[in-house]
Design a protein around this ligand. Structure first.
Ligand SMILES: Cc1cc2nc3c(=O)[nH]c(=O)nc-3n(C[C@H](O)[C@H](O)[C@H](O)COP(=O)(O)O)c2cc1C
Length: 195
């Protein structure tokens, strides 16, 4: 069984419809660690050594957050800036993360239709996630297709429960090594692997 670390960034969890439900459903399950950055570091003083140790101890890293201004909430950027140090995460002697898998799990306010060239947001989610993908690649890790929850404002409880089932299927499947690499790389979005 692989070990999954969820790096979770949501600054207003009490108002959350999606992410609170998702993280609550897997907190404390075997092989899954939820690392709630805003809860652990309300003042943004990230414990770099602790975060690096957590990364070393896990095989799969999940970057989970709502999409904020076509990117992540601010603390995740701070986490990247501080934790993925030269000599630890990249560079000649920075090989600690090589071979780990990384996946983004994000939610958007916008509907799926607006995330394309012709749509209101002009770019796809994969295009907005390029800085994450390339940062992960620079560290010798493998960036899997992201899992995207679109149109979060209009989702009803039944739809959220269905998404929660998919989320758990994704995490348990990755943890238990359910998919070969050729399957993981066969789609643009993890949603299509689960369907
Ligand atoms: C500061 C801020 C920026 C946001 N930026 C975007 C955005 O760029 N694109 C988008 O589709 N939704 C955007 N949203 C909507 C959030 O993505 C949406 O509220 C979130 O995915 C819902 O998840 P939750 O129910 O767990 O809070 C933004 C929301 C906030 C508060």
């Amino acid at each position: 069984m692989k070990k999954i670390l969820i790096i979770f960034a949501h600054p207003a969890l009490s108002k959350s419809k999606i992410h609170r439900r998702l993280t609550d459903s897997v907190n404390n399950l075997p092989g899954i660690t939820v690392n709630n950055l805003y809860e652990n570091y309300p003042d943004f003083y990230i414990d770099i050594i602790k975060e690096q140790q957590l990364l070393i101890e896990h095989d799969i890293i999940v970057l989970q957050h709502p999409l904020y201004w076509y990117s992540s909430p601010a603390i995740l950027k701070e986490w990247f800036d501080l934790v993925l140090q030269h000599g630890f995460a990249y560079g000649l002697k920075g090989k600690n993360l090589v071979g780990k898998q990384v996946i983004s799990i994000i939610s958007t306010g916008g509907d799926k239709e607006v995330y394309c060239k012709e749509g209101r947001n002009h770019f796809t989610i994969n295009e907005f996630l390029v800085p994450f993908k390339q940062s992960v690649n620079l560290c010798g890790m493998e960036y899997l297709p992201p899992f995207v929850i679109y149109g979060s404002y209009s989702l009803n409880n039944t739809e959220i429960e269905q998404l929660n089932l998919k989320y758990k299927k994704l995490l348990f499947g990755l943890r238990d090594g359910q998919w070969e690499n050729n399957i993981l790389n066969s789609k643009q979005y993890f949603n299509d692997i689960l369907d």
